[in-house]
Design a protein around this ligand. Structure first.
Ligand SMILES: C[S@@+](CC[C@H](N)C(=O)[O-])C[C@H]1O[C@@H](n2cnc3c(N)ncnc32)[C@H](O)[C@@H]1O
Length: 252
């Protein structure tokens, strides 16, 4: 099982250790599994992406994981290119039609301006140098290209909700976050502006009633669907203090 202490047969790794994604590889596409909330967020992120405006349009998905956006982008006309450091996740992304590239979001081996859309879903808060990942995202965008992202804010409330509470729920794996890496929304907007992208952010959260219903159904061992196009909707909320989405166009 590799290094690290073992508790209940599971090795205990430091927060944000990427080997956690290998240990959890079987969870990615389980609708009610440890990555359930990533499915809900992927659907909401994909909803920010318009249909491609030209043939051969490319969407680069930074930190694509197992390619959970893929079903929600189907029919929009993009070649979906996924970049990630976790090979076990990339294998699953490829099986879902993503063109995969093993690489670091802070040094992507793709040409300047190659992307019509760059997506960075739930990845910036895992990258020690998130500014470098933002610089790469903006570099990859062609003029007029669209950046869509979601991440966790660098606030006490986000630490409480996403880590202290969230990681006790079955929707978020325990230890997957290092809150020291969370991303201040104003700093993110400023960094994007420095790289020519006018980012607008809004707070989002899962619908509370739907999430409670989902938890109850899950705990009762209710129906688990093979493909998770449903699950609680991610809704806009008034505060960016915990989870937020960003959307911005690169200047021409
Ligand atoms: C929380 S998952 C999100 C996956 C996917 N974006 C989604 O929303 O389903 C974070 C992903 O980022 C990847 N990751 C973390 N640091 C990375 C880096 N520096 N470069 C590329 N991928 C990275 C991990 O391997 C993991 O697949």
């Amino acid at each position: 099982m590799g290094d690290g202490p073992v508790s209940d047969g599971v090795r205990v790794l430091p927060p944000n250790d990427l080997r956690q994604y290998d240990d959890l590889a079987g969870e990615w596409w389980r609708p009610d599994g440890a990555f359930a909330m990533l499915h809900w967020l992927a659907r909401a992120r994909a909803a920010l992406v318009p249909p491609a405006s030209r043939p051969d349009a490319v969407l680069v998905d930074l930190g694509c994981g197992a390619g959970l956006m893929a079903p929600h982008l189907a029919g929009k006309g993009y070649r979906h290119v996924g970049v990630d450091l976790t090979r076990s996740a990339l294998e699953q992304a490829a099986a879902h039609g993503v063109t995969t590239l093993a690489g670091d979001a802070t040094a992507v081996p793709l040409a300047d301006g190659c992307a019509d859309v760059v997506a960075a879903g739930e990845v910036l808060e895992h990258v020690p140098d998130w500014r470098a990942a933002v610089a790469e995202a903006c570099r990859l965008l062609r003029p007029g290209g669209l950046l869509v992202l979601d991440t966790l804010n660098d606030t006490v409330l986000a630490r409480l909700v996403a880590v202290e509470l969230g990681e006790r729920l079955p929707t978020v794996p325990r230890g997957i976050h290092d809150p020291r890496l969370f991303v201040d929304d104003r700093e993110l907007v400023a960094e994007c502006a420095r790289h020519g992208v006018a980012l607008r952010v809004r707070g989002v959260r899962p619908g509370l009633r739907a999430t409670l219903g989902w938890l109850v159904r899950r705990n009762r061992g209710g129906a688990v669907r093979e493909v998770t196009h449903d699950g609680p909707a991610i809704r806009p909320t008034w505060s960016t203090a915990v989870l937020y989405q960003g959307r911005g166009v690169r200047h021409g």
